[in-house]
Ligand binder design. Structure first.
Ligand code: ACO
Length: 398
């Protein structure tokens, strides 16, 4: 009940667009999405082709530098990242400072934010050499920080990274290895995790990426901006959805509830229940990433012997939803998170780590978008307008 013409008199003409449903805040040459057709491309390459032929390292290079690397460029990029995996010993003290049962996402965002205190030489966003160094440091250290947050939460020793291993191999070892034994890498699991990271690597102006850009638009450094992005990703409507999906599936299983009964609750919007892992702001069709992941879920659960019952429940929910008018009319399809949790769980990650895995995947996208913004001559500080609906001027009672 507010008076629009009065508002326009006081604010001038502004667009009112809650959730930025129809506002392009930037031009970008990184990721293309056609939500109606379910198309996703990084730098022009279809996600299906990258999923089949590329690696997370290569996709990171592609997103950040704009083109696929030559073999030599990829090798150099890999070597540079491997050289920067160690954390400052004092940064490791952080992990003892948080409660043991802390969620690893705020631990990760805090430690990434703290990188600004150790690398004071790289805080100038317009110094290209320093930005390059921050880029490499983030790609190298974020997986290590994430693994340490996990290790600490289960009371196990923090291992030093082994730079003879790839990013993903190292990450698995830091999470699941122990100092007393040689860690045997399972190439199939590494390949599956690498693929999941590729699928998460960028998604144009989503909530966390827009956050990274908004924070960076004040010329805040890359560590500060990425740390903010991690916090944005923490929310259950964004990256936290993969964890929420698994909770939902486990609850359905524990209560022995029929998927139909759960679907009725969703459709009647009982207690605000949603079918987690369904729906997307941009995709009004099957999320192309979910298609690829569904196949991986079957392969990896077949191999690792994950919880088949949960996968069955997920498949039955999907089948029901795709045939249901409520979902059809609202164009709600599975999104990237619908099957990822099941895979992460089968790999041995606790639920709290799921969103952290998303953050590791999205990291090259955040970096690429931040760098694109900083180099954009049209860049301005992000500063939305508002429609003021509060009290008119009133006098303090004396
Ligand atoms: N289950 C049931 N109903 C849904 C769902 C869902 N998962 N998603 C949307 N709807 C319904 C809404 O109730 C609404 O119905 P109405 O018109 O009768 O009120 C309609 O569909 C439109 O929904 P909005 O919330 O307006 O759509 P929006 O684009 O704002 O939301 C979002 C997108 C947040 C992803 C939403 O679909 C959702 O909450 N999904 C579940 C959480 C999830 O899986 N998030 C992961 C997103 S992907 C990612 O971050 C990688």
């Amino acid at each position: 009940g507010f008076n629009v013409s009065k508002l326009l008199k006081t604010t001038g003409v502004v667009t009112y667009d809650p959730g930025f449903m129809n506002t392009a805040a930037t031009k970008s040459a990184i990721t293309y999405i056609d939500g109606d057709q379910g198309i996703l491309r990084y730098r022009g390459y279809p996600i299906e082709q990258l999923a089949e032929h590329s690696s997370f390292l290569e996709v990171s290079y592609l997103l950040i530098y704009g083109n696929l690397p030559t073999a030599t460029e990829l090798e150099e990029f890999d070597q540079k990242i491997r050289r920067h995996t160690l954390l400052h010993e004092e940064l490791k003290g952080f992990f003892g400072g948080f409660p043991r049962d802390a969620h690893p996402m705020p631990v990760l965002s805090s430690a990434v934010s703290a990188l600004s205190t150790w690398y004071q030489d790289s805080l100038d966003p317009f110094n290209e050499e320093q930005v390059e160094l921050s880029t490499i440091r983030l790609l190298a250290k974020v997986p290590v920080i994430a693994a340490y947050a996990h290790k600490k939460s289960i009371g196990q020793a923090l291992l030093y990274p082994d730079n003879s291993m790839s990013i993903v191999e190292n990450f698995m070892r830091l999470n699941f290895g122990n100092p007393a034994e040689r860690y045997e890498v399972d190439p199939e699991v590494v390949k599956a995790l690498d693929l999941l990271l590729v699928l998460h690597a960028d998604h144009e102006q989503n909530c966390s990426t827009s956050t990274v850009r908004l924070v960076g638009s004040s010329n805040a450094n890359l560590f500060a901006s990425v740390s903010a992005g991690i916090n944005a990703l923490f929310g259950p409507a964004h990256g936290g959805a993969n964890e929420a999906v698994l909770k939902m599936l486990r609850q359905i299983q524990a209560e022995g509830m029929k998927p139909e009964v759960f679907m009725d609750k969703v459709k009647n919007k009982e207690d605000g229940v949603r079918l987690m892992g369904f729906g997307h702001r941009v995709y009004k069709n099957y999320d192309p990433r979910a298609k690829i992941i569904k196949k991986t879920a079957h392969e990896i659960l077949g191999k690792l012997g994950g919880n088949d019952e949960l996968l069955d429940i997920a498949m039955r929910l999907e089948e029901k939803a795709l045939a249901d008018d409520y979902f059809i009319q609202r164009k709600l399809y599975p999104n990237v998170d619908f099957y990822t949790g099941l895979i992460y769980k089968a790999m041995g990650f606790p639920e709290k780590m799921f969103t952290v895995l998303f953050a590791i995947g999205r990291l090259p996208g955040w970096i690429a978008q931040w760098r694109e913004m900083i180099q954009d001559p049209e860049m301005k500080i992000g500063r939305p307008r508002q429609l003021y609906v509060g009290e008119a001027e009133r006098n303090y009672p004396v």
